[in-house]
Design a protein around this ligand. Structure first.
Ligand code: NAI
Length: 286
């Protein structure tokens, strides 16, 4: 039986979510996506017009297909949580069933239980502000979109996961080392995500028989990273100072995600796995 994967946080072919989708598709999994509601229209248009085709090509010569593409907003758990102004926002109107609980139920109804859940999303409206200047609202928004969103996904998708399944999130070294420029409470959100990975590994391990791990990725020039503002500097710094001096490819994160969600990693859970060309082991710039 082929595995079924649900991946939240794909809106183009540049980020980690896409690369993970591709590696899982290469391994034979059926892929469904959760796409942020405001980004859905452009994603679907680009997909239809063939903009991603080059990056959809699998080694068997076929294009990666998505079984289902769902609108999703991971900062809302149920329809009752959604404020009126969001419901009426023109980018949300016309889409429905995009809160985490509704997406989980729809996905289960359409495809049955899933084996793999991927959380590849983050948002911090004040990411460009140092923590010392971050507002309570901005900090809590970062936590809501980037950390609680995963807790919510495990709550809602857990009951629809097959035993032996696995979940993956993406984190960043700013969780436990100071990365100047990664502000707005995003460092706090990643620290929470890494801690939650352990607690959820325990709780969901006992309750659903699934594993939970997080990949701490090195810098990639994704859309989200470009919004932070210093990604090119980070990529250069990483290249210059890492033990492995090469560009980091999103596919390398995809490969580790495929491993972590496979039976090869059946005893690995609750871990933060660095996929960063080794940069995180350095104590002094090399
Ligand atoms: P990306 O822009 O490809 O992915 C972020 C996705 O989150 C986007 O598709 C966006 O639409 C979605 N999103 C934002 N708010 C959302 C919400 N409320 N509900 C649903 N979806 C929402 O960028 P990237 O870099 O691939 O990010 C994926 C993950 O990797 C994030 O957790 C990020 O923090 C993490 N990461 C990225 C690094 C980098 O250098 N790019 C380094 C380490 C970790």
């Amino acid at each position: 039986r082929g595995k079924k994967a649900f991946i939240a946080g794909v809106a183009d072919d540049m980020g980690f979510g896409w690369a993970i989708a591709k590696c899982l598709a290469e391994a034979g999994a059926e892929i469904s996506l959760g796409v942020w509601v405001p980004a859905l229209n452009i994603f679907e248009t680009s997909l239809r017009r063939g903009k991603f085709d080059e990056n959809r090509m699998l080694s068997n010569g076929q294009l990666m297909e998505f079984a289902h593409v769902y609108p999703m907003d991971a900062v809302f758990d149920t329809l009752e949580d959604v404020p009126k102004d969001v419901l009426e926002n023109k980018r949300y109107a016309g889409n429905e069933g995009w809160t985490v609980s509704e997406v989980a139920e729809k996905a289960a109804k359409d495809s049955g239980k899933v084996d793999i859940v991927v959380h590849s999303l983050a948002n911090g409206p004040e990411v460009q502000k140092p923590l010392l200047e971050t507002s309570r609202r901005g900090y809590l928004a970062a936590m809501s979109a980037s950390s609680y969103s995963f807790v919510s996904m495990m709550q809602r998708f857990g009951p629809f996961m097959n035993e032996g399944g696995a979940a993956i999130t993406l984190t960043y070294v700013a969780a436990d080392r100071v990365i100047p420029g990664y502000g707005g409470g995003m460092s706090s959100a990643k620290a929470a995500l890494e801690s939650d990975t352990k607690v959820l590994a325990y709780e969901a391990g006992r309750k659903y028989g699934v594993r939970v791990n997080t990949i701490s990725a090195g810098p990639l020039g994704s859309r989200a990273a470009k919004a932070i503002g210093f990604i090119d500097d980070m990529i250069r710094y990483s290249y210059e100072n890492s033990p492995v001096q090469k560009e980091l490819h999103a596919a390398e994160i995809g490969a580790v995600a495929a491993f972590l969600t496979s039976p090869l990693a059946s005893a690995v859970t609750g871990q933060t796995i660095y996929v960063d060309n080794g940069l995180s082991i350095m104590g002094l710039a090399g």
